[in-house]
Design a protein around this ligand. Sequence first.
Ligand code: UDP
Length: 492
Amino acid sequence: MNSLDDAPNPHFVLIPFMAQGHTIPMIDMAHLLAKHGAMVSFITTPVNAARIQSTIDRARELNIPIRFVPLRLPCAEVGLPDGCENVDEILEKDQVMKMTDAYSMLHKPLVLYLQEQSVPPSCIVSDLCQPWTGDVARELGIPRLMFNGFCAFASLCRYLIHQDKIFENVADGDELVILPGFPHHLEVSKARSPGNFNSPGFEKFSAKILDEERRADSVVTNSFYELEPLYVDSYQKRIGKRVWTIGPMFLFNSDTSTIADRGAKASVNQKYCMEWLDSMKRGSVLYVSFGSMARTVVSQLEEIAMGLEDSKRPFLWVIKSDNKPSETDKLFLPEGFEERTRGRGLIIQGWAPQALILSHPSVGGFVTHCGWNSTIEGVSAGLPMITWPHCAEQFLNEELIVNVLKVGLAVGVQSITNRTMKPDEVSIVKRDQIERAVVELMGKETGPEERRARAKELKEKARKAIDEGSSYNNVMQLIEYISSRGTRTDVQ
Ligand code: UDP
């Protein structure tokens, strides 16, 4: 691997959207590209850089050619509180627009920064939600590749939904509409589909996303071809540009310390957590977590607690609740729950080293909100899943997991839940639904064994894709493709 002083070419500039589910895969991408000979600049902001300080320190320690570049975000200028630099800090809808405005104001400082570098940038790879970066790329005379954090299945759905405006005359959010142009019969509803920022006030931003998506050189995704070949091919054909499937990106990284701290420092002592898992029977533990953004209301926490207790199965439950002002406050769980499940239950309140936990041999199942990163991490660990989508494209991912890949079992969620909803607006999944799903997933009847076998097959395919197969080849081709286009100084 090249060091920073012995700078390799080409030079990739990565610009994530500042939400954990978007930043984490781009941190993985930075390591992946650097490992295969590229130089990487990773654009961030001071608050976001502080959150990933251990990743930054570790990259420096291992002499990995990634430059983390914190640019000051002009929060005050757009009316955001100082330090409000990540979407998970936001609880009011109108602040999202302010944040996207603040990010687009990084245009000038970014251009200036990149123009000063001794190794000129060769391309920008930026999140779909950072469309202003298309103008930066054009100003610098380099291609912009769009990072799409969805899988190809959901990306194709999203593309068809928005390009063909299929919900334009649909008043009832729950009405099922056949998705025209999809490779097979699929019915989707407006309420359970990704929104593309289409609420009032977001019109310009949403149009810019679609426009820059059309103008992007190509698309990069954290999926692998063998997982969803039909949808990768169809998505590629429909958008008329190359889709680089280079995932599961985190599997390229064998440094456990980087994997453990992806996104944030864990709220649990890692050694304690791993020893607890070591003490459990192989494949016996159910891991329960709803990603980085979802906050679980008290009444739902109680139902989950009782469902897990009634299932009598071991569990590791990560709780991000809205019932406490800080991470250190006591959670409201049913009276005596922790005593009654002592020995077979571990609760992590806050941030868990998820990718490490999922790959532990004692973990045998995953209750997931179907965020794409969690899904691909579950697939990479060979785990069958209980699907519990909350919002965004998660209901589409549920469809992929349960009905296409057939490695999941739906807990039975009908309506969306998001963090700006009031507790009485959230529709609650009941304890007996949860208990039934857990017993079925972790049980031993014919169905679950087949599901488990399919999950194991996918794990092997994922490993193969990154070791010697499609994702490995795509990364190498991507680096070569960017090299062959030349850097800015070459094209002038
Ligand atoms: N994650 C983690 N620890 C946590 C919660 C989440 O490491 O306590 C990671 C998880 O492994 C995944 C990402 O955060 O990589 C969440 O992304 P996902 O797309 O699953 O969901 P989102 O948070 O965007 O809803």
